[in-house]
Write a protein that binds this ligand. Sequence first.
Ligand SMILES: Nc1ncnc2c1ncn2[C@@H]1O[C@H](COP(=O)(O)OP(=O)(O)OP(=O)(O)O)[C@@H](O)[C@H]1O
Ligand SMILES: [Mg+2]
Length: 255
Amino acid sequence: MTGKTEDLSATLANLRGDYRALVQRLEANEREFQRLGRAVFRVEEEERRRLARELHDGLGQNLTALKHRLALLASQLGDSRPDLQPDIDASLALCSQGLADTRELSRLLRPQVLDDLGLEAALDWLARTLGTSGGLAIEIRADGLPALEPDLQTLVFRLAQEALANVTRHAGASQAIVSVRVHAGMLRLTVWDDGPGFDVVAAMEKSRRGESTGLGGMKDRVALYGGHLHLESGDDGTRLAAAVPIPGESGILPP
Ligand SMILES: Nc1ncnc2c1ncn2[C@@H]1O[C@H](COP(=O)(O)OP(=O)(O)OP(=O)(O)O)[C@@H](O)[C@H]1O
Ligand SMILES: [Mg+2]
């Protein structure tokens, strides 16, 4: 080998080394970014949990007490002031509505059932809540799941919550199916609806321009867990599919 060729191979070897080091640094930065992103969501969920409890135990208890006091007052008045009865009835109805709204808001912020009974029960509750208010038939297929870490359960619940909110608000569908299963080390969620469909590319653009947060937020959140999100819409309805690796099962270590 001539001196020039030796120089060239040494330079190439150096370049390859630099390139490898750069790729490793980029991968490390990406992992750190994902870890921080997941930590932000964890803090957000914790704050939602606290607010949900505060609403339920604070405002909720006060409204219950107020309702009981009004009912007591009404019974003490008996038949002596029939002119006050309509106002008392209206006040009791307002208390009941306020109490129901408070409980609903508290559950939507962070459903206790997710922490107490897990993902399948929380999805059943979500389907019941959204189904009764919108006249949409929602089926949940999430039985036989293995034990999943709380972060993943929360992720899937929030994805299903946003996807079903989109179905009720935009799809004009009469039926939706939510399915969660584990296959080949991946946790897979699909949400299908039988609506007439929409322009997915235009909707994603809208999201990228910051005019909506739902679809973009779901995509970002899935990416933080090393997964991917796919959306297709057409004559057969709309299908949102998310796949996320399960730590430990797919060679990826927990954070
Ligand atoms: N299942 C669906 N069926 C029909 N259209 C949908 C469906 N999901 C999303 N879309 C369309 O995609 C758009 C973007 O959805 P995205 O969730 O990002 O925003 P949004 O629901 O309008 O507002 P938000 O930021 O409150 O979620 C919607 O405005 C709607 O036009
Ligand atoms: Mg939305």
